[in-house]
Design a protein around this ligand. Structure first.
Ligand code: HEC
Ligand code: HEC
Length: 249
């Protein structure tokens, strides 16, 4: 008896089973794409956000779920019959959260020069940035499942790494390419090494939803709103003054 082979068989078994349910898993995958575009800001599987924990909806009938989708249409716009079937497949899937956040296969992770642990420490302000810039978490969401959840603006950086790619993200961070972020870092430049560490950290949390709860969500949108209005206010005031000055002269 070859125990190694037997053991390997046990490991491969769960990999083989899903192929029997190919069409269901295809539908569920499409459901996951739709879910990410319309529902993910309010719902998750396995935790309560603004909306309910949808892992608890698994036992509901399709009719009940369709009634719920009707109510959701007020917030997300029309949901077609096809999209409803995809969502139902997702809700009834064995592990919806695993479909939404698939584990990244070991082999294809882009190898980066930065160190994720050093990046994490910079992100949360536990290590100060060399040139005295604000920590990222003051505006961006927290990925830690404890402690103060979410940044003040609550901007999630989930998926940002896949969007920009390693070197793209590093240079974007280093040059603070994002309009609202440029100002606070104008005189506090982020170094190349720091940007590389931060990129490595964002890679490590790329598939992870930000830690959030309804309280921080509401709170951060209030503060975020105030912050943006503040910026607009400053810009607008300067504009009025320059107009007045031109009129006077
Ligand atoms: C703006 C926030 C928001 C968005 C976006 C949203 N939902 Fe909801 N959802 C809620 C809230 C709040 C409830 C609880 C009240 C209710 O059932 O009407 C809910 C309830 C539900 C329920 C019923 C749960 C149960 O078992 O009773 C389902 C199913 C559901 N949502 C699915 C979706 C799907 C699918 C989407 C995307 C197409 C979506 N929701 C988008 C906030 C949201
Ligand atoms: C003063 C608030 C603030 C701070 C501090 C801040 N950001 Fe941002 N960041 C923003 C805002 C607002 C946006 C989105 C709007 C925009 O593009 O201007 C953004 C966008 C981004 C994006 C692009 C996201 C996307 O998907 O397009 C990345 C990446 C990013 N920030 C990384 C960082 C990192 C890393 C740090 C820490 C070094 C940081 N930010 C610190 C406010 C901030």
């Amino acid at each position: 008896m070859n125990f190694k082979k037997l053991f390997a068989g046990f490991i491969l078994l769960p990999v083989a089973i899903p192929t029997f349910a190919q069409t269901d898993s295809l539908l569920a995958g499409q459901g996951a794409d739709f879910f990410k575009s319309k529902c993910i800001s309010c719902h998750a599987f396995g935790k309560v956000l603004v909306g309910t924990d949808l892992s608890l909806s698994k036992t509901k009938t399709d009719a009940d779920l369709n009634l719920a989708f009707d109510r959701m249409e007020a917030m997300v716009g029309p949901i077609s019959v096809d999209q409803r079937n995809q969502l139902l497949a997702l809700i009834h899937a064995e592990n919806p959260d695993g479909i939404l956040n698939p584990p990244v296969p070991e082999g294809i992770v882009e190898k980066l020069p930065g160190d994720p642990a050093a990046g994490e420490s910079l992100y949360y302000g536990e290590t100060a940035l060399t040139n005295g810039g604000m920590s990222c978490v003051s505006c961006h969401s927290s990925f830690r499942n404890s402690g103060p959840g979410g940044g003040k603006l609550g901007l999630p950086l989930t998926g940002t790494f896949s969007k920009f790619g390693g070197s793209g993200l590093t240079s974007a961070i280093k040059n603070a390419a994002f309009p609202t972020m440029r100002e606070p870092y104008r005189n506090h430049e982020i170094t190349q090494t720091e940007a590389e560490h931060l990129t490595a950290y964002l890679q490590s949390v790329d598939a992870q939803p930000e830690y959030t709860n309804s309280f921080t969500l509401i709170f951060s949108s209030l503060i975020g709103g105030a912050f943006l209005f503040g910026i607009l206010g400053v810009l607008y005031r300067n504009r009025l003054i320059s107009v007045r000055q031109t009129l006077k002269s």
